[in-house]
Design a protein around this ligand. Sequence first.
Ligand code: NAD
Ligand code: DAU
Length: 339
Amino acid sequence: MTILVTGGAGFIGSNFIFHMLGKYPQYRIICLDKLTYAGNLSTLSPVMDNPNFRFVKLDICDREGVYQLFEEEHPDMVVNFAAESHVDRSIENPEVFLQTNILGTQVLMDACRKYGITRYHQVSTDEVYGDLPLDRPDLLFTEETPIHTSSPYSASKAAADLLVMAYHRTYGLPVTISRCSNNYGPYHFPEKLIPLMIANALADKPLPVYGEGLNVRDWLYVEDHCKAIDLILHKGRVGEVYNIGGHNEMRNIDIVKLICKALDKPESLITYVTDRKGHDMRYAIDPTKIHTELGWLPETMFADGIQKTIRWYLDNKTWWQTIISGEYQNYYEKMYGNR
Ligand code: NAD
Ligand code: DAU
C-alpha cells in the first residue's frame, strides 16, 4: 500500500504521517509538500530516515510535477491535506487560496483519474457549513447541512468539496470527504488561536482576542482527527462525506483564560482587538454518522489534550521560536500592529 499525503509538512498532515507510519509499518508514505510559510521540513525529521517514507517538495498545482510523481510511485491512495488554511490570511489575500485549494485539488484528482487509485480523500472543514447562532445550542452541523460559507478560505474549501463530488459522479473517481472541527495539538502553526496564545503568554506579550471573545469553536485533539481519517480510508463508503468532531464547544475567551492559568500568567495580558471580518459565531459538529458507521469516537478529552499541548510547546520551544523569528514577524505586525 502506497499512500500519497499532500501537505504533510503542515500541522495535521505531519501528525497523520506519524500516525500512519507508526500503525502500518508495511505501508509506504510519500509526502508531497510545497513548503509554504506553513510547511516545516524539520517537523518531519523523526521519519526522514524511515525507508518507507519519502518527501518530495512540490506544488499540488504543478500538473507536470504531480503526474511525474504518480508515474514514479503509483500511489494506491491520496489524502489531500495541502491547503492554505488560515482564515485571516484569506481575508487579506484570497487569490492563493483559490489557486491551491481549488485548482490544486483538481490537478490531484486529474492525476488520480489518469493513473488510477483506489481512494482519493479530501480533508475538508466544518467551515463549509458556515456558522450557527449562539442561542441555539440544539443546532449542530450534520452532513446534510447546506454549504453556506463566510470567508474566502471556507468558500475555497467548499468549492473543492463540490469539485470532488463532481469527479465522483462524472468520472466515477472513488472519493471520500471528511469535514472536521478545529484541531489542536503538537506542530500547530503559531498563527492559530491556541499556539499563538501559548507563545505570546510565554513571552508576556498581549493576547489578542477578537471582538468580545464569545465565538465558539468545537475543539478536537489532532490525533483523533488522524484516526478518523485512517478509519474512513479503510472502512468509509466511497462517495460519502463524514463529519468529525467530539462535542467539545468552547468560547475563545475561556480557552485564552485557561492558557493563562496553566502558564501562571495574568489575565491582564488579554487584549480585546478589532473583530475578524465576517467572523463565524459558532461551529458544532454532529459526529453521529462516523460514530455509527465506523465506530469512531474521540479518545482525548480536552482537559488532557490542552495540558499535553501546552507541555509540547514548553518542551519544543526551538520548533516554534524558529518559526516566529522570521517572516512571521512581518505577518504579525501587519495583522495585529494597528488592530
Ligand atoms: P497547515 O497550514 O498547517 O498546513 C498546510 C500544509 O500544506 C503546509 O505544509 C503547506 O506547506 C502545504 N501546502 C500549502 N500549499 C501547498 C501547495 N500548493 N502544494 C503543496 N503543499 C502545499 O494546515 P493544517 O491546519 O494542517 O490543515 C490541513 C488541512 O486540514 C487543510 O486542508 C485544512 O483546510 C484542513 N482542516 C484544518 C483544520 C484545523 O483546525 N487546522 C480543521 C479542519 C480541516
Ligand atoms: O473549524 C476548522 C477550521 O479551524 C479550519 O478549517 C481552519 O483551517 C483552521 O485555521 C481553524 O479556523 P478558525 O478560524 O476557527 O481558527 P483560528 O485559530 O484562526 O481562530 C479560532 C478562533 O479564535 C476564531 O474565532 C478567531 C479567534 N482568534 C484567532 C486568532 C488567531 C482570536 O480571537 N485571536 C487571534 O489572534
